[in-house]
Structures are given as C-alpha cells and as structure tokens.
Write a protein that binds this ligand. Structure first.
Ligand SMILES: Cc1cc2nc3c(=O)[nH]c(=O)nc-3n(C[C@H](O)[C@H](O)[C@H](O)COP(=O)(O)O)c2cc1C
Length: 337
C-alpha cells in the first residue's frame, strides 16, 4: 500500500500514485517513456521540441494516449529565454490543446502570455524554474504549480546556481502554490526531505536516464552507470545559458573556448553545441561528443533496469527514510534490545 505521506497536490492533480514527475528530456522523453512512467505510478512529459514537424508531435501524443490509456501523461514545452521572431510556441500550445492533452510542463521563460489560452483549454500548467525568485514570479502570473531545479540538475540550472537544499527551504517560505523540488534527486530519502520541506513532489531527469524504456543506445546508458557525481561540467555561462552536461570532449572544448574568450558569442560555440550532435550520441552510444545534459545524481545511476524498478527502489528508500523519522514505541524498542 502506498504510504499516505505520498498523497499530495501532485498525485491529486495528475492522478499518479507517487508524487514524482519525470521531467521532459530533449530527444528522449517520448510516448514509450511517458507510458513507462505512467505504469510505474508517476507522471511523465513528452518533449514537444523533439518533434520539429507538428505532424510528428501529433502522432507521438496519439501514441502516448494509446499507450497510457487512463493513466496520465503531459507535454513539455521548453521556450527560449527570449521571444524570437518566427518561434512556433503558440502553435505548439494550440496543437496540444487540440489533442486534448490536459497537462503541460513549461520551462525556459515566463509562460504568462500563453496562460489565458491554456486556461481556456482546461490545461494545467506546471512551470519549471531554476531558482525561487522566478518561482515567485510564476506564482504571481498564475501558473498552477512550479518546480524549482537546483544547481545539481542535468540541463539548465540557470545563472544563480542555488543548490536544491536551499531552494526547498526558500520555496517553503515564499510560495503559496504547490511546488516540486528537483536537481540532484536520485534517492528516496531526498524525496522525503523535499516533502518534509513542504514540497508536493519532486522532478527527476538524470536518475531516469538509465531506464530500460528510454530510447537511447546501450553504450550511452552504460557510460551513465559508470559515471560518478564528479563527471559533469557546467558550461555556456558566457552566453547566459548555463548547462550541466556529461564531462566529455565537447564540454571540455566549450569550456576551453569560454576560458580563452569570455565574450565568445553563441555563433562560435554552435559547431560544438548544436543539438543534432547530442542526438547522434543517443543513437550511436558514442558519448565523447555532444552536449549531453546530465546532473550530479549520476552518482546514483547504478544499473540499467525498467523504470518501474527504479521507481520501486525510490519508494522503498523513501519508506526506510520515513521509518528513521518515526519514533519506535518504547515497548517495541525494549523487545528489540
Ligand atoms: C538529458 C536531459 C534532457 C533534458 N531536456 C529538457 C528539456 O528539453 N526541457 C526541459 O524543460 N527540461 C529538460 N531537462 C531537465 C529535466 O526535465 C529535469 O528538470 C532535470 O533533469 C531535473 O534534475 P536532475 O537531472 O538532477 O534530476 C533535461 C534533463 C536531462 C538530464
């Protein structure tokens, strides 16, 4: 039976068994992945940006709907930090609404401009930010829930680089809407810690990259199993788009260029950081090239296994952590001695 402490605003909103969200993963979180998440009792998000042709996104949503049945899934819409001419975010939201998707995870910039349209379509908005000051803004413009990912996270930790433990304490003080905590979460005890700090759940990316259902080459997953918490790098802060990735030839080259010329500009970095190179690494398993988002919880990715088994281990660890906190009644303590 699921422990009642896991019954939160997150499980009630999504109808998931556990308050765990598998955050969107560029090129990786597809219908098979979110269906595995749903069956494991958690909530998963397909990344819209992985599908350049709207017909492909529509087809993937349809596959997810078939695979999930009554179980929940959503779509991640990652926006660029600034509005750029010709971007198709509004069209993406319209497509999602048209497909009857009920949940979105937004990130990248404030989704305020799209909230009226999303609300009219009955879509619930979980907005992801890298620090509590942005969560306060998101709350003010009316998103339904926020997730705050700390400096440990895979992908974009923002420019402030505030750690997850500080984020959760600040979030408890400054937010009134339900919030999720992420960045480095990869063990059940951390989930209990986040819930104890007032979070309604956690968002996880890196810990799930070694899930069997994730559509990436076996050599890529083997490299993540072998990697430790010390095998990531932060780069791209020169262009105000800090990213934490696996430490590989590409990340080291980018760091070298930024060191030599702190004003280098994105054009010079593009030949290294283009998303297509990373996508290739997921397909071939050659992890030496490409900006491969990964966080410090690589130290906790210990084997490739079905997503449901990773989730079961997180739940078991959380249960052990809860037991540590619950005082043992005196009569049972004496019996154990
Ligand atoms: C490989 C990878 C790709 C990601 N792609 C996206 C993305 O496209 N959009 C997004 O909002 N977040 C993305 N993220 C962030 C995750 O959804 C999640 O917020 C983050 O991984 C949580 O921190 P953790 O990696 O420490 O668990 C990505 C993370 C990883 C590891």
């Amino acid at each position: 039976m699921t422990d009642p402490v896991f019954d939160t605003a997150v499980t009630r909103t999504y109808g998931s068994r556990l308050p765990i969200v598998a955050g969107g993963l560029m090129w990786l979180s597809d219908a098979a992945y979110v269906a595995a998440a749903a069956r494991a009792g958690i909530m998963g998000f397909i990344t819209a940006a992985s599908f350049r042709d709207p017909r492909d996104l529509r087809a993937e949503i349809s596959r997810a709907r078939d695979a999930c049945g009554d179980l929940p899934f959503g779509v991640n819409v990652s926006m660029l930090p600034k509005l750029v001419e010709g971007e198709t975010i509004a069209e993406t939201f319209r497509l999602i609404a048209g497909e009857g998707v009920r949940f979105v995870e937004t990130s990248g910039r404030n989704p305020e401009a799209f909230l009226p349209m999303l609300r009219d379509a009955g879509i619930h908005v979980l907005h992801k930010v890298p620090s509590v000051r942005f969560a306060v803004k998101a709350q003010a413009v009316g998103v339904d829930m926020v997730s705050i990912v700390g400096a440990e996270c895979g992908g974009h930790p923002g420019l402030d680089l505030v750690g997850t433990v500080v984020n959760q304490a600040l979030a408890e003080r400054r937010l009134t809407i339900p919030f999720l905590i992420g960045g480095g979460i990869g063990a059940g005890s951390q989930i209990v810690g986040a819930l104890a700090a007032g979070a309604s759940g956690v968002v996880i990316g890196t810990r799930f990259l070694v899930a069997r259902e994730l559509g990436a080459h076996a050599d890529y997953k083997a490299a993540l199993v072998a990697a430790t918490e010390r095998d990531t790098m932060l780069t791209m802060s020169s262009v105000r788009n800090t990213i934490r990735t696996l430490a590989n030839d590409t990340a080291r080259a980018v760091a070298g260029i930024e060191r030599e010329d702190p004003d280098v500009g994105i054009e010079m970095l593009m030949p290294h950081v283009a998303g297509a190179i990373g996508r290739q690494a997921y397909a071939t398993g050659d992890v030496s090239r490409g900006m491969l988002s990964a966080g410090q919880s690589l130290g906790l990715t210990d084997r490739v296994e079905p997503l449901a088994d990773i989730v079961a281990r997180l739940e078991a660890e959380a249960t052990v952590a809860l037991a540590r906190l619950r005082p043992v009644p005196a009569n049972r303590r004496e019996a154990a001695e």
